[in-house]
Unconditional design. Structure first.
Lengths: 344, 102
């Protein structure tokens, strides 16, 4: 792991290495600071002076590298960089991809991207006054462009062939995680089982598989001046049903300060879907997302189990991990309301 | 019996003291302080809650067995199970996040 302090990016040797990556004659790092967020990755902003090459000038870039704790499902930095480049080429709003470095004995792999200004905090964004309908339409259209990124390109070969029914596979993987939890803790979590049975009984016919972000939500979207600036955190991207991303965005667990606003705590689902449908040529309505909102809420409950297990079983003394485990009853409470009083 | 103030009162006043410090901290430390305050609030409610009349773990295991074996067509059994799941979950949420019950 390259868990270095942000300040050590400024040494001359790293500047020389950056010069190679940026195809420059010389790079001087004049400032650095660690950006907030990123329990799985570190994001360090570097202010650089670049002489020569395509990135010449004074600019801010971001170094994204692995943090001390990783989750098994997350993509490597090389894969994340390939995803960022494919998304950028497809017109998705992302930080400009600059370069990937495979690392060496002293340094873990990292990727470089352009710094994009904006606010990502879910709590702050959902507390902002005003009408976010336009922002939601843009977020929807941006997601449609993401789903239109061609899968059949060599740089994305690591995604593998689409499953016959990716959602059925997802549910099976969640069941496996819950089985692991029960075996390690003797904690039964009957509401999770109730929800898994509901999801299996109501599984919709699959839509044609697309590139899915799998963490497209408020908190991972940079917003600047009321406009969507960039889509962040591509480490969970894969191939799946497009409605999975829409349901995750609209799941109750991602509404922050405004649980009453179904579209990410920002506003109405209709605005999100207006933007999505216009760009994707689909005709999804809010009622079409109900299943996928349950799936999203259940997924977050499963992640909470995994995080809690890292604390209980893996010896990671993290208050954040411990508290994530305590989110479960409230998530389950909501799941019982969302599924109704029968699962069949 | 413990000397007064008891554990609940100590945790409450410690949490109040911590929360008063939050505005003086920078953004990153504010987040950490809020997490600590949240953990203390949960612990306070947990030690103040009455001891459950039944073993919660065993009750959950029994509910799991019933959910797992309930036939998909047995609507009446599912409704009864749902009511029990709601009651059991409500008691847990009252400790971890009582605002979610509103």
């Amino acid at each position: 792991m390259d868990d270095r302090a942000a300040g050590s990016w400024t040494d001359a040797a790293f500047g020389a290495h950056l010069a190679k990556l940026l195809e420059a004659s010389r790079v001087r790092v004049v400032g650095s600071r660690r950006l907030t967020g990123g329990a799985i990755q570190h994001n360090d902003r570097l202010d650089v002076e670049v002489d020569g090459g395509p990135w010449a000038g004074t600019r801010a870039i971001v170094v994204r590298s692995d943090a001390a704790s990783r989750v098994a499902a997350s993509r490597t930095r090389a894969q994340e960089f390939a995803l960022l480049r494919a998304a950028s080429a497809g017109g998705v709003r992302v930080p400009p991809p600059i370069a990937f470095d495979a690392g060496d004995v002293d340094r873990a792999p990292f990727m470089l991207m352009g710094f994009v200004a904006g606010e990502a905090s879910g709590h702050r964004l959902t507390k902002q006054a005003g009408d976010h309908a336009g922002l939601l339409r843009t977020i929807g259209a941006n997601l449609a462009r993401l789903h239109a990124v061609p899968l059949a390109q060599p740089s994305l070969a690591f995604l593998g062939a689409p499953a016959d029914d990716p959602t059925r596979e997802l549910i099976a993987s969640y069941r496996e995680s819950v089985t692991t939890w029960r075996a390690r803790t003797d904690d039964a979590r009957p509401v999770i089982e109730w929800t898994l049975r509901w999801l299996e009984a109501h599984l919709p016919a699959p839509a044609p598989p697309v590139l899915v972000h799998r963490d497209y939500r408020v908190g991972n979207l940079l917003v600047d001046g009321g406009e969507l600036a960039a889509t962040l955190d591509w480490e969970f991207a894969g191939v799946g049903d497009p409605r999975e991303d829409l349901g995750w965005f609209a799941a109750p667990c991602w509404r922050f300060a405004r649980p009453d606003r179904e579209a990410g705590g920002l506003g109405e689902l209709d605005d999100l879907l207006d933007g999505y449908n216009a760009a994707a040529g689909t005709r999804y309505a809010a009622r079409d997302l109900a299943y996928w909102q349950v799936l999203g809420q259940l997924r977050w409950a499963v992640v909470a189990l995994q995080q809690a297990l890292r604390f209980l079983d893996g010896g990671e003394r993290s208050l954040e991990l411990a508290l994530t485990g305590r989110l479960l009853p409230a998530l389950e409470w909501r799941l019982l309301a969302m599924t109704g009083d029968t699962f069949g | 019996m413990a000397d007064p103030p008891d554990a609940k009162a100590l945790l409450e006043v410690a949490r109040e003291t911590l929360v008063a410090l939050v505005p003086q901290a920078d953004a990153r430390h504010q987040y950490t302080l809020r997490m600590i305050a949240s953990a203390m609030a949960i612990a306070t409610r947990e030690i103040a809650a009455p001891v459950p009349a039944v073993d919660e773990s065993a009750a959950d295991a029994a509910l799991l067995a019933r959910v797992s074996s309930c036939p998909a067509h047995d609507v009446a059994a599912q409704r009864a199970l749902h009511a029990e799941l709601v009651a059991a979950t409500r008691a847990k949420v009252a400790i971890t996040d009582p605002r979610a019950l509103a």
